[in-house]
Design a binder for this molecule. Sequence first.
Ligand code: NIG
Ligand code: FE
Length: 407
Amino acid sequence: MQVLYRNISQLVTCRGGVRRGGAMADAAVIEDGAFLVEEGRIVRVGTRRELEQGYRGEAYDCGGALITPGFADSHTHLVFAGERSEEFSWRLRGDSYLSIMERGGGIVNTVDATRAASGEELFSQAQKHLAKMLEMGVTCAEIKTGYGLDTQTELKQISVIQRLQENEKMQIVGTFMGAHALPRGADADEYIDECIRESLPAAAGTGVCEFADIFVEKGAFSAEQAERYLRKAKELGFALKVHADEMTPSGGTRLGVRLGAKSVDHLLKICDEDIALLGKSDTVATVLPLTAFCLGEEYAPARKLIDGGAIVAAASDFNPGSCCTYSIPLMIALMCIYMKMSVDEALCALTINGAAACGRDKVSGSIECGKRADFVLFDCKKRECLPYYSGINLVRSVFTEGEKVYG
Ligand code: NIG
Ligand code: FE
């Protein structure tokens, strides 16, 4: 059956493939647009006039709304137990994320809670987060492991991700992040050896995670350790991601580019030389505005990255430590107000480029023939309203594969 979606004041398509640099300024918007969906896929896109001509089938009146592709949140740590609001209040009093980690706090506290939790508890918590993300228009979410730091618990997180893949309407992309932090009392070199010997091959054996990721940072892992881990991951068939240059410039970006990583993420402390590298590479530069906001740090230099020709994506980094939010409306406002991105750039970063960071840009991320009919209908008429109503969720309904799943 075919359905024509019509009466759309602005149809933000983001069609034409992954956007780099200056091309991000144009989100390919059709005024008074329409599109045709058949069997969950988009089969035609154009103006209402073009698509209505001779059409006799079923139609869905969008009421003059703004429509965008579904958002791809390409960086989350959403399978975990417990919470760390106490650390947050310490940071409000002047502590830093790294000093809390040095004192033995941080990620390892969530590791304790996650080891103690059952798979069922982790699954139901994760489902609650995903339901709220869907309400804000997220139709594709990447999820990392990394709160196990031992093979058994990492595999428990992987099986939760697998259940989410089987049960959720949105696309769920798995990432193994055994090297998220140093387990209590461990030696970093020995722990990387253990990942190479045990957890990376075990994770690869499940076939659930397409990506492997590592935290390259002072107090976590060095670029040399990361190279050993990532080379093994690549050999096992994982595509690569790197937590790079977040708190200190640690060489994560140049390592990621050199190894052909799909994305390097964070980039708060990236240097000009590495920005130039990303401008010439197919590695996606993923900025995480909500993390910088929650940590009270300076934002990643999105303007410089775009002007330098990089493929820039934006994601939430939702996790219980540095960023306990996945608010898309807040993220859009931060990108436009503080990172000096235009609305079109922000939308490209959250749709087609986010899909690219998830390895999904051929199947989703734009409203274009052949793609999944994953889209968001808003309670406003134009895209400028998204940052203008700062932090307010304007989503009216969300569709995945042509089916209304929210609203
Ligand atoms: O991306 N940087 C490392 N990982 C997370 C923080 C995880 C946590 O604190 O629990 C991040 O910011
Ligand atoms: Fe992260």
